[in-house]
Design a protein around this ligand. Structure first.
Ligand code: SF4
Ligand code: SF4
Length: 151
């Protein structure tokens, strides 16, 4: 199947392409663009507190720190390296051992061998059921412009 899509969708089905930790992801790229666009905004933020009577500009130093963190994301995705977020994840190694590119293709799906907490497990099952229904390519089209971080 399409190697680009596989580089974005992990074997568990999560969308690495929208993960904040993904080096080639939207969040890291957008953060880098915003950091560049803001330039040396620090002094201006302080001035705008009074000039615009807007105390929220005081939060700029914390915002800049966090933005910097987002620009430093370096993960190459689940198929290239151990997930930096879910360190207890067993899916990648397990999917390789089972010779499947996604869990929904595994005869044991849904299983309890993921190492995920309940929240992630439920999401993983729902994603894989959807991929089984419409195929990973169509699933990717469904989620490619959606944020990964949804309730
Ligand atoms: S492997 Fe984990 S940390 Fe890396 S991009 Fe995918 S979900 Fe994010
Ligand atoms: S055993 Fe479970 S975690 Fe492993 S590949 Fe199959 S469905 Fe995925």
């Amino acid at each position: 199947m399409n190697t680009f899509i596989k580089s974005r969708l992990a074997p568990c089905g999560l969308h690495c392409g929208k993960c904040f930790a993904f080096a080639d992801g939207d969040i890291r790229r957008d953060a880098e663009n915003l950091r560049r666009s803001l330039g040396d905004f620090d002094a201006y933020a302080l001035r705008f507190v009074g000039m615009l009577n807007e105390p929220r500009f005081r939060a700029y130093p914390d915002f800049r720190e966090f933005l910097q963190l987002l620009t430093e994301s370096s993960c190459r995705g689940c198929r290239e390296e151990q997930c930096k977020l879910f360190r207890g994840c067993k899916v990648r190694a397990c999917s390789e051992a089972h010779g499947v590119d996604f869990c929904f293709r595994c005869p044991e799906f849904p299983c309890r061998n993921t190492g995920f907490d309940e929240h992630l497990y439920v999401r993983h099952v729902a994603i894989n059921e959807r991929m089984r229904e419409i195929g990973p390519e169509a699933y990717y089209e469904e989620v490619r412009d959606l944020p990964r971080y949804r309730k």
